[in-house]
Ligand binder design. Structure first.
Ligand code: COA
Ligand code: AMP
Length: 630
């Protein structure tokens, strides 16, 4: 048995050997000659000269190894009451048929396919079918509106879009098809065709010759896996940056397979055959890595859960699913437990279920507040592991490697860097800071396999966003510190990204939408602290001179505008009209100061502030919304 220190040291002393060894767990059509490919100028790739297929490794190889009867996917929808179990053999058939249908309609290696689907097993089938034929998927979260979908259509230029007719939220049915039609209408790029999964709750209207029924496409003959180069993109996943234009994170095939497979035992401590559950959505990176790919690649059973932590039907849903399906490791966002705790603080629902199968709980996506961790630990009696990563990285970068060794947990820290990650804390000048001092969190290049090699169609943006500030390092966009034992503490973002219920959102993107309102002259959006969702967006609007409208009306229109343009997931529900925004003398809006006022935190008066009196006006405005209260 190795210790974490030993495993980390193995990687440090021989990264090439470490990853080539990890690569042995993957079935290659052609074994790569080496792990790291240095392209120069700080660009790196992994396993580029190997040939491999993701779907083969996630599905077919398990069938060939005699595990065809093992359950691959458990579908559990407390919203519809539906439950289903799909074995690896059944999954292979479904995936190979959809792949055959897509191929018959001309989708081929390298073509992009957008997937806009609710949490149903067909979403996973669509992802796997796409990579089976070497096409590149881009899954768009169902809570995004037409405009966001259109932005992604224009950037990814998909040949086809696979969508569900609707999504099911606890309080409403979300008609996806009209949103999809709207997006195609808005986009300059027009996909060749769509594939629509008609759901019982709401059938979509179909355009003859353009919209094809899922079942008809799947009536095609099954096709085999197409081996692709190790550096062939498996998918592009868009994530929020500082502007309304999302960043297309590329995931290369070889490194993705190797790294994800490594994490299943070493971080999540599951063995093939165990049931693993990530309660997230396929539209996020957690869903890509830990609902779809990693569990299947590693031969685990994964759960597709169409529900919420509360209200579907109650705060005991998580415990029911864990107990009923024998979940060993469970992963969700802290906000989900905050929601459960709020409804069931004493854990009455926990007591109703036999949870002896559950060995470890993992939290990521946002800061895990100590209260939530302690409550969860007390209720469940198992280790609750905070771990840190990002869409860009694809899997945990800082974690407690339970499958190697359960390290001491420290509240407020996602623990230590995983092999592949040399994390540093730097000051503004790029100097390494000593333990305890707050600075920018960076990772020394090269990043390990499975992380982003660049951004889709945007290498300059990749460099600007991640590489240029600290030469030789990847800039995470997070700030924090490291303690004497090498434990990392994540404290804040250094950019305009906020985290709402574990969802990563751009305040800059929301500002672009607000600025498009005809009465808004200037605006700012900040993320204020929220007990349930971690953060919530809050808008400040300065109206055009001469606009005499009732501010309440403008606010209501702005709230609707953000919902219509970005989607309900933005959770943009509050804004206030102010005369002016606080700025520096050079005109930069002092958003961080506004956040401190809203959260009632002490702050230093910015030396460069143009007119300090504006801060009093901001405080008054915030008080009308219930913020900034002592
Ligand atoms: N399709 C359409 N709409 C969606 C959607 C989807 N897939 N997912 C969410 N929405 C809508 C919700 O219905 C809600 O709409 P509303 O304003 O009409 O109520 C809105 O988007 C905001 O959703 P959300 O932030 O999820 O809030 P919520 O109040 O519905 O639920 C939690 C709160 C905490 C229960 C929920 O956020 C949750 O389960 N979070 C877990 C976090 C998670 O999965 N994170 C992923 C990274 S690990
Ligand atoms: P996403 O790309 O959506 O996964 O969001 C990544 C961002 O979420 C990180 O850059 C952090 O800001 C935040 N985040 C993720 N996990 C954690 C964690 N365990 N603790 C604190 N912040 C986290």
């Amino acid at each position: 048995m190795s210790t974490y220190q030993e495993v980390y040291a193995q990687w440090q002393s021989d990264p090439e050997g470490f990853w080539m060894n990890a690569a042995k767990a993957i079935d290659w059509d052609k074994t790569p000659s080496k792990a790291l490919f240095d392209l120069g100028n700080n660009l790196y790739e992994w396993f580029s000269d190997g040939m491999v297929n993701t779907c083969y490794n996630a599905v077919d190889r398990h069938v060939e190894a005699g595990k065809g009867d093992q359950v691959a996917i458990i579908y559990d929808s407390p919203i519809t009451g539906a439950k289903d179990k799909i074995t690896f053999a059944e999954l292979q058939d479904k995936v190979a048929r959809l792949a055959g249908g897509l191929a018959a309609k001309g989708v081929t290696k390298g073509d992009r396919v957008i997937i806009y689907m609710p949490m149903v097993p067909e979403a996973i089938v669509a992802m796997l079918a796409t990579v089976r034929i070497g096409a590149v998927h881009s899954v768009v979260f169902g809570g995004f509106a037409s405009n966001e979908l259109a932005t992604r259509i224009n950037d990814a230029q998909p040949k086809a879009i696979i969508a569900g007719s609707c999504g099911l939220e606890p309080n409403r049915t979300v008609p996806y098809k009209p949103l999809l039609d709207g997006a195609i209408e808005l986009s300059t790029h027009k996909p060749d065709f769509t594939v629509i999964l008609q759901r019982d709750a709401l059938a979509a209207e179909m355009k003859d010759g353009y919209d094809f029924d899922w079942n008809d496409i799947c009536a095609a003959d099954p096709v085999d896996c197409v081996p692709v180069e190790g550096n062939h993109p498996a998918y592009v996943l868009y994530t929020s940056g500082t502007t309304g234009q999302p960043k297309g994170v590329i995931r290369h095939t070889g490194g993705h397979l190797v790294a994800l497979n490594w994490t299943m035992k070493n971080v999540y401590n599951v063995d093939p055959g165990d049931v693993f559950w990530a309660a997230s959505d396929v539209g996020w990176v957690v869903g890509h890595s830990y609902i779809c790919y990693a569990p299947l690649i590693h031969g685990n059973t994964t759960i597709v859960f169409e529900g919420k932590p509360v209200g579907t039907p109650d705060a005991g849903t998580f415990w029911r699913v864990i107990s009923e399906h024998n979940v060993k490791s469970f992963f969700t966002a802290p906000t989900a437990f905050r929601a459960v705790k709020r409804e069931d603080p004493k854990g009455e629902y926990v007591k109703k279920y036999d949870l002896s199968c559950l060995k470890t709980v993992y939290l990521a996506g946002e800061r895990a507040d100590p209260d939530t961790i302690v409550w969860t630990q007390d209720q469940l009696g198992v280790p609750v592991i905070d771990h840190w990563w990002q869409t860009e990285l694809g899997y945990p970068a800082v974690a407690n490697p339970v499958g190697i060794e359960l390290l001491e947990t420290k509240l407020g820290s996602p623990a230590v860097p995983m092999p592949g990650y040399d994390m540093k804390i730097l000051d503004e000048g790029g100097n390494e800071l000593p333990p305890g001092q707050l600075g920018a969190i960076v990772a020394k290049l090269p990043l390990p396999p499975g992380t982003l090699p660049t951004l889709w169609n945007a290498e300059e943006r990749f460099r600007k966003s991640y590489l240029n500030t600290y030469p030789g390092y990847y800039e995470t966009g997070d700030a924090g510190y490291m303690d004497e034992d090498g434990y990392l503490y994540i404290m804040a973002r250094t950019d305009d990204v906020i985290n709402v219920a574990g969802h990563r959102l751009s305040t800059g993107g929301m500002e672009e939408v607000l600025a498009s309102h005809p009465d808004v002259a200037e605006c700012a959006v900040i993320g204020v602290t929220d007990e349930l969702k971690g953060q919530l967006p809050l808008g400040f609007l300065c109206l055009n001179a001469g606009c005499n409208r009732d501010p309440k009306e403008v606010v209501a229109e702005c709230v609707k505008l953000v919902r219509d343009k970005i989607g309900p997931v933005a959770a943009f529900k509050s804004a206030v009209v102010v005369d002016r925004l606080p700025k520096t003398r050079s005109g930069k809006i002092l958003r961080a100061t506004m956040v401190s006022i809203a959260d009632n935190k002490e702050f230093k008066m910015p030396a460069t502030i143009d007119d300090p009196a504006i801060l009093d006006e901001i405080r008054e405005a915030l008080e009308t919304l219930g913020y900034a209260k002592v």
